[in-house]
Design a binder for this molecule. Structure first.
Ligand code: G3I
Length: 350
């Protein structure tokens, strides 16, 4: 029975984990209750899970997570009201079932845009109305910034953008505010927010939107990072930039891959990972949490994108990139048996 992580940081920020509903039970559920003070759904609150067909809402799996948070007095992050991935195709089909993306007639394109924004409003209204009393932080828009510079503002040219332009972002935030209320905390969430080009594009977008009165309260920094990248200085710069705009920061999907980029996937089981790599990871976690504590008035939540090394999306990623289609990653502070790793000790000791 090691000391709970959440207690160590309770004066600074809540400590979260992303979960699938099956992880609420058994050993993972125990670890969750003991060490974490916040949860977020890894998948079941995404549009494809909640509204797979137009008008057919499915809240069963999402409700399990909401109830768990309620029962154990945990914070709840909602992920995510909009995204280009895990969103059903019907959103982007016109009334004849044709893809809106292919429409060339300007008049019809305008009608399609209206229809898409109406669907977006309806989705957000239904979800937010149901969960507004339970959710502490909403990911309203996820991954709106491109990795390159496809257009002047560096916005990702996803289906939403191609059909509705930047209005999809405005509509999403305005609708969330309308139904969640003035006190709700609304976030724009993205990865690589520390990288100079991307953080600049994100900053400029958020600044423009705030100037126009669009209700954004904070930036979610996913933080899918590596042992040596990005630098702590780049992270500090990014969090300070957004705080200077008057916004909150949350670390929303933290994991520290043991691989570089692209991931080699060279270890196929946890036991094959050299001690030295786990030591480097512990040092990295130490540096990260020192930074988060240094800026604790600017960061309100730190969420890991999983509980322990037995369940992480990074295993799929490692396998996909490796030559033999295998690969094990180990990004967290609990090992595949929920035992504490070196990284845990770095976080728990002063
Ligand atoms: O539910 C289906 C199942 O019915 C089917 O048999 C199986 C076959 O592949 O797929 C299952 O869906 C998978 C889903 O996770 C639920 O397990 C999808 O294939 C798989 O692609 C999906 O991956 C999720 C991914 O988002 C989707 O892009 C990961 O679990 C999830 O960790 C990941 O999370 C994202 C954040 O939302 C946004 N930021 C990046 C982060 C990591 O990619």
């Amino acid at each position: 029975h090691v000391a709970p992580l959440k207690n160590k940081y309770k004066e600074s920020f809540s400590i979260g984990a992303a979960v699938e509903p099956f992880q609420l039970e058994g050993k993972s559920g125990e670890v969750l209750k003991r060490h974490y003070s916040s949860i977020v759904a890894e998948n079941v609150m995404k549009p494809i899970s909640i509204q797979p067909e137009e008008g057919e809402f499915n809240f069963e799996e999402a409700d399990k997570i909401v109830e768990f948070a309620r029962e154990h007095d945990m914070d709840l992050r909602f992920h995510t009201l909009t995204w280009h991935s895990q969103v059903p195709d019907w959103f982007f089909q016109d009334e004849d079932g044709n893809s809106m993306l292919n429409e060339e007639d300007p008049q019809k394109r305008e009608e399609n845009k209206e229809l898409l924004l109406e669907r977006l409003e309806n989705h957000i209204k239904t979800v937010v109305t149901r969960y507004k009393d339970d959710v502490d932080a909403w990911d309203v828009v996820n991954e709106a910034i491109a990795d390159g510079q496809p257009n002047e503002r560096g916005l990702r040219e996803n289906q939403w953008y191609q059909i509705a332009g930047v209005d999809y972002i405005k509509t999403a935030f305005e609708t969330a505010r309308k139904y969640a209320g003035e006190d709700a905390m609304l976030y724009i969430n993205d990865y690589n927010t520390e990288v100079e080009s991307k953080r600049t594009n994100l900053y400029n977008l958020v600044k423009d939107l705030l100037d126009e009165g669009v209700p954004i309260d904070g930036v979610g920094h996913q933080s899918h990072i590596q042992l040596g990248w990005p630098s702590i200085d780049d992270m500090r710069t990014s969090y300070n930039m957004f705080a200077d705009l008057g916004l909150d920061n949350q670390i929303t999907e933290l994991d520290v891959s043991i691989y570089g980029w692209p991931p080699s996937g060279e270890y196929n089981t946890y036991d094959e990972i050299p001690e030295e790599v786990l030591e480097q990871q512990a040092d990295r976690y130490n540096d990260l949490f020192n930074l988060y504590e240094e800026l604790d008035d600017k960061i309100s939540n730190v969420t890991f994108w999983g509980i322990a090394d037995n369940h992480t999306w990074l295993d799929n990623r490692a396998a996909n990139y490796s030559d033999d289609g295998k690969g094990k990653d180990a990004p967290f502070v609990f090992d595949p048996d929920y035992k504490v790793k070196r990284a845990y000790w770095e976080l728990i000791t002063d």
